[in-house]
Design a protein around this ligand. Sequence first.
Ligand code: HEC
Length: 470
Amino acid sequence: MSARISASLDGRVPWGASWIRLCLVALGIVFLCRTHAAHAAPPVVFSKQVLPILQAQCLGCHGGAHPASGYTMETRDRLIAGGRHGAAILPGKGAKSNLTLYLIGELKPKMPPGGAMDLEKIALIRRWIDEGAKVDTMNAVPAATPKAAIPAIPTPSTALQPAPITALAYAPDGKALAVGGYRVVRLLDPATGEVIRTLSGAADQVQALAYSSDGKLLAAAGGIPGKAGEVVLYDTQTGKPLRTLVGHTEVVYAVAWKPNSRELATGSLDKTACIWNADTGQCTRTLKDHADAVFGVAYSPDGKLLATGSADRSAKLFDTTIWKCVAVLTAHQDAVTHVAFNRDGTLLATAGADRQIRIWKVEIGKMENPLRQQGEGDTINACAFSPDGSLLVWGASNRVVKVFNGDGSNQMREMKDAQDWVYSIAIGNDNQTVAAGTQDGKVLFWNGREGKLLRTVTLLPTGAKIEAAK
Ligand code: HEC
């Protein structure tokens, strides 16, 4: 796993590299045979022939809130536009497109990491690009049998690997840490790392978690990519799902409770933020102010403001009494992945795929520039203030977790124990235990003030077992 992170794009491999030539020759042969035989072959149909391949082998990393290399394949525009390394697809030019070059390994690291795609499939994708990279629909073709109707989303757990830990939340009383995985939420005893309880009922990967202020309800956000978003509300006493909030047309990546209330907010890949009534399960308001996916939502501690962060590179603040956008924060150069208020609501932290965290003084009307910013080596996927506001912690794709003082002016610690991308961060109510969830299915606990690793918990792919048992 770690190899794919350390492997950097050192430019092109010399053409002399014989295995690559071999690969290209083989690809050429497959391709020639194909075009030859396909003299009368109909054009490649994206949704039937290409999308299933991408879903099975690519979308697990090139989708969601934190796509690898900033490259998401979830919309046609993004699929073509590529990520950090520029255009992935040059329509009409299959052999010159980055996507093909990564698949054959001419661009490094070879995709998919740790495996290789069949040459036939590569040839098919190349032919599709040659034919103009036309996308009929981004929705997978409905499968014939009801069982297979759940699309084969390439969640690592289906391959019996641990699912990434995309969400973490401490119960308000500090007695449990909720951990989001594939179709399940596990409640860990923070003192021992033992799984106390497993909550089922989520349709797919759990992308965000939040406890209501009284600790009675736990919201688990997610949904099935390309189909629908959902938020499952669990009764924390019984561990049973109480109700499921439906309405988002795409995966929900962010969820937050208004403090001391039954209202909650969600952010989705469908570009909207919704406000919900937990008792009725109804969406009471849809905010359509963002031009792209909403990856972060947070209420100020007094509940008067709602902050949102989006792939459109902006963060916005809404007055929750009149539901008007009262501030637009535009400093980020790439998707805003996470937003968090400090304890007294005076500061807002926004984390970005532009590898920056920005700290804003919350002063409506005077928020043109952040108070300060700190750079990181890679996409910052999550950030959190400690409950007392004395620490600001973030985790990034370079596997680093950093601890700063509460206004982000001084670095206190840097933890490099994670072996894979850090996706989620939570701080215990002792204001010093830092928990981080990683791509390789681990939860790491540190004393954040000392920078000392306390324990690493590996969560086995329960999701896969559940699936197999069905
Ligand atoms: C396990 C995660 C993972 C999977 C699965 C994966 N990729 Fe990637 N991909 C990455 C990472 C990480 C990078 C960044 C590599 C780098 O530049 O160091 C990347 C980069 C890319 C890029 C360059 C994007 C850019 O502009 O930065 C392309 C194109 C790409 N992958 C295509 C694919 C295709 C096609 C598949 C499916 C066959 C695939 N990837 C599967 C992790 C993955």
